[in-house]
Design a protein. Sequence first.
Length: 163
Amino acid sequence: MRPTTTKGVAFALLLTVGLVAAGCGSSNNSSTSTTAALTKAEFLKKSNAVCKKGNQQINTAANQTFSRKKYPNGPPPKSLQVKFATDTVIPSIQTQINGIKALSPPSGDEAKVKAIVDSAQAALDKAKADPTALLQNNPKNDPFAKANQLTKAYGLTACGGGG
């Protein structure tokens, strides 16, 4: 994060990067894949690319929405943060989940990838039902905590909070 951003923008960026990473890393499901299994290196490369692209899109939107010029004296209103989560973050994460889900997991890693995907989708479904859950700056209440842990353990560096 740049030092010129306001606390609200910093929070929004932190929120979006964490969320995108979570959605991204947790979106692979072998049952919907139609291509040959990838090697783990190929799977990680392609999945991380999906997450990186989503992270960049969300960060660009966050910088435009929560610019320091618009909110020089503090964070943006909560209603705007919820709207951003609903209109930008959640759809982006779903797109990332779908993108990774379309990849074939490495042979032997199907269960690990399914656990990542299922965890991320469950977290995103919670966020869809209550977008304010994404605004909490408390790791104990992070709906993506489990998905982030799984993605990190699997090696998804741009996903699961790592991007």
